[in-house]
Design a protein around this ligand. Sequence first.
Ligand code: UD1
Ligand code: MG
Length: 451
Amino acid sequence: MTSHTARAAIILAAGQGTRMKSPLPKVLHPVGGRAMLDHAIDAAEALGCERIVVVVGNHSPEVREHVVKRLGEGAIAVQDPPLGTGHAVRAAETAMAGFEGQVVITYGDVPLLKARDIEAAFSSGEGITVVGFEARDPTGYGRLLLDADGGLEAIVEHKEATPDQIKVSLCNSGVMAGPARLLFELLAEVRNDNAKGEYYLTDVVGLARARGAPTRTVMASEDAVMGVNAQAELAQAEALFQKVQRETLMAAGVTMPAPDTVHLSWDTEIGGGATVEPYVVFGPGAKIASGARIRSFSHIEGATVAAGAEVGPYARLRPGADLAEGVKVGNFVEVKNVAMKAGSKANHLAYLGDGEVGAKANIGAGTIFCNYDGFFKHRTVVGEGAFVGSNSSLVAPVTIGAGAMVGSGSVIVRDVAPGDLALARGQQEAKTGWATRFMDRMRAKKALKAK
Ligand code: UD1
Ligand code: MG
């Protein structure tokens, strides 16, 4: 029908996920740094679903908590024990009470399915629509049986299929849409007298047909509907996800000479004209502006990098690292929760945590912002144009004034006024000729021993 019809989604996530062999519930495993269940919820939201219900089991309170945190208590339906996909959808009936529009059923372990793959299923109006796909290997899937006109006649599960039906490669993705009222009416008729002794959601197709309601299929790609049941499949989903993300970025003008070595997150933003060298990992929350350069082996998470800035090789940007135009962060430099203003530099071996580095300031090799006293975190502020000599410890809270200098090797515990030089290190002593005398004596000793 049209976009005026109200939409809702029921996301099934009550399975145990035992084949993952992980203490983390299956649907909370991440793809692109985001829980698979969140990808499913994202798709439902992108479709404009005004109500989203997630069917959870009692075995995983973490899943429940996760859903409540994002969508509230109203989004929870409990299925216990799990008696099949049809039974799972029925478990959502109370949470769906009063909803009169179109509902789509999706799965918490199908992370690559996007709103655009489901959209066509929603436009069906009266009857039941099933999202189908051509399977390379249909083993295990329900087969979609079409009538002479190409209409969907029934879905038969692999275990119940006749030898002829087994040969069908058009399979059920599991995603189904239809009017909520019709769907629940049909589900009430579903029985469990089948190979698995379960209430099959798929039986609603045959039941709809029997009462003359239209049933049809819309197609999606096999990749889009892939379900994750084991770790190897999770890795496969991740690989597909990464491929799409990289291609999207390259299409937008990002230069990536070795895309297969770049790992992205679901929300990684990189402007066209930026360069990402080989072997870079982006955790969630990275925003890289057009014209920035991210050099090899850098790890970036929750950080912002402006145009003309250069990061790495071997740099680590942690949450709150905010690099302005032309900033340089070089090898073995870690930056966390620090705003580095335009043109400032930390080129080698440093930890900058909690604070601010003024425009054009230079942070020498080996500089540490000592931000933690074992109980609290404190800020270090380095003023505009200041110069911090190598191997200095700035013990926070502390401020280095604009245009000030810190002598190499200093431990700075008090503020340095603008324009001052601060020296806080041992005094150098010169012992005239001492080294020559010492070495001569030692050489003589060694010569004696060798005889
Ligand atoms: C189901 C379909 C099959 C389809 C396949 C696609 C049925 C009867 N069969 O089979 O036609 O080709 O998916 O992958 O629907 N779940 C619950 N509660 C339950 C049972 C399942 O929440 O009681 C959830 C699972 O967590 C999972 C999803 O529903 O996310 C699918 O269940 P699964 O047991 O994997 O169904 P399949 O046998 O694979
Ligand atoms: Mg399955």
